[in-house]
Design a protein around this ligand. Sequence first.
Ligand code: NAD
Length: 498
Amino acid sequence: MPHTLPQLIDGQWLQSQATDLIEVTDPATQEVIALAPKATAEEIEAAVASAQKAFLAWREVPVSERARLMLRYQHLLKEHHDELAEILAQETGKTFADAKGDVWRGIEVAEHAANIASLMMGETVENVAREIDTASWIQPLGVCVGITPFNFPAMIPLWMFPLAIACGNTFILKPSEQDPLTPNRLAELFIEAGAPAGVLQVLHGGREQVDALLVHPAVRAISFVGSVNVGQHVYRTGTQHLKRVQAFAGAKNHMVIMPDAPKDQVISNLLGASCGAAGQRCMAISVAVFVGESKQWIDELAEQMATLRPGHWQDSGAAYGPLISPQARQRVLHLIEQGKAEGAECLLDGSQCTVEGYPHGNWVGPTLFRGVTTEMGLYREEIFGPVLVCMQVDTLEEAIELVNASPYGNGTSLFTRSGGAARHFQHAIEVGQVGINVPIPVPLPFFSFTGWKGSFYGDLHAYGKQAVRFYTETKTVTSRWFDDTPLEAGPNMTIQLK
Ligand code: NAD
């Protein structure tokens, strides 16, 4: 029997009383590797109450001690890097190298959270009026909640709780029910690093558990990462209940290819950016926009893409793994069929893909379309699979118009040798993260993750300085001190304003 995952409530790993359990499967085999409970209403109450209580003590812990917790955590995460990547690879199907990358991008955020003291510096102005000073202090909010998707079960929880907690908040994590083993292990290591009871709680479940947290009066802020529909629901419900919400949602990222770009770089970068992690990345490139004569490279792209093969995470030759679930695979296969029916030219069709030894895996082979138009489902929907669609335009201006007309705005990139074209593109493009000859421009944690338009609902983005603003409130103190000893009368200068 697979084990049922415990939940972290008030510093204890407890078995849930829930009878409703979710199967967590290995996507390469469909073997059930664990069961995740759907937290009961009482367990949610207990976690929130514990987080509220822990906040009162945690916010008084000096900032340098909170920073040291993050240093110890970063060290432990590095020590357990391979072990975390193995857990992650088994439950997501990601290749081992990719799984290590997922963990590493999270470690970098924990590292950044160790700098919390300098990130929480306020502002001061002396003598705003005679002998009166004003200072702004940055203070934590209270109980914060994180709701995370399946596709980065280490990186995305780590985008959230280390910074929120370093700021002095307490945090309730509700990870994806599809791969909750990695988040549980992340939380165990956080406790091992010395996190006091109640500072971090982990609850499992799906929609009902999220909805209960979204409306809970004690929750001050909600960080969400996931699909567009759920992101809109989380943003609407959370803000309607007067909470601070940041919701990172779906995407459709374009790479624009100028004819002066280095062809080999373009092709090799397109392969990784479209098929890496089986295309299940919110920053994956799913549309290649060929400008002018660069369209002649599409046949060579198809040849090279055909050499990519998915495989089991322990197969070091595999380019990527299976999709997360049979439902996700069915959805992608449906979009491929729809694309063919709508008249797109399918240069490479991965829908019949099999992998020897793993007949039940959620495999989809690399798939490439040409002649795609903006009306087709292939273009409008976020596919979230190893499927790349090619479009052709005559000028950079047309490419910019195409990208700007997309409802999404997570990431985009331009490949060119022209500084002028790059300067114009980065200025005119209405997308929050731009790569110049960099296919997937995910910023490091000292910047922020800044998706735009339908890829993000909220004001302040993930990690970096923006997350510190998101997880804190500014208090502005104006002060004047009376002294019994008369001051040596200084020059009492009056400025005459004209
Ligand atoms: P999802 O929206 O299905 O699930 C995300 C979280 O929401 C999970 O914890 C899930 O339990 C919960 N949830 C699901 N349905 C819900 C509902 N009806 N009401 C309340 N909560 C619900 O997303 P997913 O399939 O796990 O992740 C893939 C999606 O996430 C893709 O669309 C991808 O683009 C997006 N994503 C975006 C970013 C970004 O930074 N913009 C990063 C990673 C992933």
